[in-house]
Design a protein around this ligand. Sequence first.
Ligand SMILES: NC(=O)c1ccc[n+]([C@@H]2O[C@H](COP(=O)([O-])OP(=O)(O)OC[C@H]3O[C@@H](n4cnc5c(N)ncnc54)[C@H](OP(=O)(O)O)[C@@H]3O)[C@@H](O)[C@H]2O)c1
Length: 240
Amino acid sequence: MNISNNKILITGGASGIGLGLTERFLEEGNSVIVCGRRADVLDDLRERYPAVVTRRCDLTDEADRAALYEWIASEHADLDVLVNNAGIQNWMDVADEDFFARAQTELATNVEAPLHLTALFLKLPALRTIVNVTSGLSFVPLTKAPVYSATKAFFHSFTVSLRHLLENRGVEVVEIIPPAINTDLGGKGLHDHAPPVADFVAAVFDQLKAGKTDITFGLSEAMANAGPNEAKEIFRRLNT
Ligand SMILES: NC(=O)c1ccc[n+]([C@@H]2O[C@H](COP(=O)([O-])OP(=O)(O)OC[C@H]3O[C@@H](n4cnc5c(N)ncnc54)[C@H](OP(=O)(O)O)[C@@H]3O)[C@@H](O)[C@H]2O)c1
């Protein structure tokens, strides 16, 4: 993708990996719009980066997603990049009392929301690029996060189809496939052992500049390219 002079919506772009992408896209000379649920986090972002436009939105809510699109179509019709980054991760067991309720929220956030936003934003005539943030766990599941891993496998599969479906429509599809990265995903502390966002984002932009559309880093490169036996070995290492 062309990494400068775009107008970009980054879902969940006020924290974690999304914040790293927001900061770097700003540095590269883009206009950035960010949505998320937490007003205080969006306010902090705007204080640090007055050029960023923010919008409160709960992406699990279908009406909120439609309202987000309507607002962009009327106020920012020149938006040319959609980054489907927002996601949640629940560590849980199928025997947990609240398993199904939490699974539903995970499905709504990680699957329904990006599918719906993709369908809506493709109506924008200016749209040229869709960036989907999947996971190394799309390829090899972490059983502590069984539904999360399945949502990311779904999202990866959809992304592969989407790229093919949009090939002749002039819309490029980029997949960012992070390994574990040090953010608050799943709750504070769960990812403290992982590499910092800054290192990951630097590697993402090196690959974007090189024209890559499947972006990996560290372990996610091995996970995304594993054959059946390697995938079994990574599964064993992750889950025992
Ligand atoms: N960190 C990792 O190890 C890792 C590895 C592989 C893939 N990923 C993927 O990377 C993406 C970013 O995650 P992260 O690690 O940066 O975690 P994070 O810091 O928790 O960021 C997630 C972002 O998504 C937003 N979000 C969550 N639910 C939302 C909702 N219903 N409506 C609107 N926004 C919502 C959050 O904002 P609000 O809470 O304010 O709504 C937050 O800004 C996710 O898709 C995740 O699955 C992360």
